[in-house]
Design a protein around this ligand. Structure first.
Ligand code: ISE
Length: 371
């Protein structure tokens, strides 16, 4: 249901990502408007709402969702608040774009999967935005097209300039490596079966008590091995790379440096300082895809099952980090609602198979349902 064809979206959580999504819905994405914002901090919700014409401010997500003005929900509150927001959205049968993580642990993620299964149709898209990054999509198209032969390994680098106060070693898995966990499942179309974490002597720049950097090894159901360097206080900027090694070649996403300048006896370009900048196009494309699909009555992209699988791998990852042992991952049986073709339903477009295709696309396929 939409109002005059425009999707009224309630944005829950107005922190860094939430307020960036409000701006994106207001200024970048077509076919949607922010009709409500929710934050436990009433003053902050009101300040954000005041900047958007016709937007109301709330402190209770369920109350906002009951408003006639709300057709869909974007969840960008802290992870522990996601489960309640998702279950409330299911009560109103509202489509949801939920920021990662789906929920902070496998048991709560499974409760979300079970609730959506009872609903009988997919309503959740999880915000694994790398699936909407132009280079990652090109890499996916190359692998799917057999251009590299069978994928044998992925070498991943995930570096942040610095961490906010309170960032813990567990968060390096749950907040950061969760992206490589999703990318591995998506690029290879395989489940992750075991996790090992190696912790070198920490950098002198790492906050006390934080293991940084770390090397995370993922093993997959198809026999591939993935190594992830996670280094969240590297100091120089934000850098995410993924190199696929196949039987017949290799390809690497993440080297785009924008303008490349030769001047004053030096060569080079700039490095983005954080993910909001580095993945701006991916966030735009993700949100436009969600709005377009929702207006068509469809749910596409990373599913609640993908969110659950990532949470289960993260849980094993944290155990591996704490014990130093190779830790197997156990998944429950995949409900029929998330049949393999629907769970990864991403129709790659012609743009994705050639260099430089970064424009937003609403041509993804997925589960169809009406409201
Ligand atoms: C953050 O929450 C993100 O999602 C970023 O993409 C990641 O690079 C960062 O490490 C996380 O803290």
């Amino acid at each position: 249901m939409t109002h005059n064809g425009t999707l009224g979206v309630a944005v829950i959580g107005t922190g860094r990502m939430g307020s960036d999504h409000v701006r994106r819905l207001d200024e970048v994405v077509s076919g949607a408007r922010v009709s409500a914002v929710v934050d436990i901090d009433a003053a902050r919700a009101e300040a954000v709402a005041a900047r958007v014409p016709g937007c109301t401010a709330w402190t209770d997500p369920a109350a906002a969702m009951a408003s006639a003005d709300v057709d869909a929900v974007l969840v960008a509150s802290p992870g522990p608040a996601h489960e309640a927001a998702l279950l409330a959205a299911f009560e109103h049968d509202l489509p949801v774009l939920c920021e990662k993580p789906l929920t902070p642990d496998a048991a709560s993620a499974l409760r979300v999967v079970q609730a959506e299964t009872r609903l009988g149709h997919r309503r959740v898209q999880v915000g694994f935005m790398r699936r909407y990054d132009a280079e990652f999509r090109q890499l996916k198209a190359l692998l799917d097209g057999g251009g590299l032969g069978r994928a044998l390994m992925l070498h991943c680098t995930h570096r942040n300039a610095s961490t906010p106060p309170g960032f813990t070693s567990r968060m390096t898995i749950n907040d950061s490596v969760v992206h490589e966990i999703d990318v591995t499942r998506w690029l290879l179309g395989q489940e992750i079966t075991a996790v090992t974490v190696l912790r070198p002597a920490p950098s002198g720049d790492a906050p006390a008590g934080l293991s940084d950097p770390q090397l995370v090894l993922l093993e997959t159901s198809g026999g591939a091995v993935v190594d992830v360097e996670i280094f969240v206080n590297c100091g120089f900027g934000y850098q995410v790379r993924c190199e696929a090694v196949g039987e017949r070649g290799t390809a690497r996403a993440g080297d785009a440096h924008g303008l490349y300048v030769n001047a004053a006896g030096r060569w080079g370009g700039e490095i983005a300082q954080d993910y909001v900048v580095r993945f701006r196009d991916a966030y735009d494309r993700q949100l436009q895809t969600w709005v377009d699909a929702t207006r068509r009555g469809e749910t596409v992209g990373p599913s609640a099952w993908d969110g659950y699988a990532a949470a289960a791998v993260c849980e094993a990852g944290v155990r591996a980090q704490e014990t130093g042992l190779r830790t197997p991952v156990t998944l429950t049986e995949r409900p029929g609602l998330y049949a393999a073709d629907e769970a990864t339903a991403e129709e790659l477009t012609a743009d994705d198979t050639k260099a430089g295709g970064a424009k937003a696309s609403g041509t993804t396929a997925g589960a169809h349902h009406g409201r």
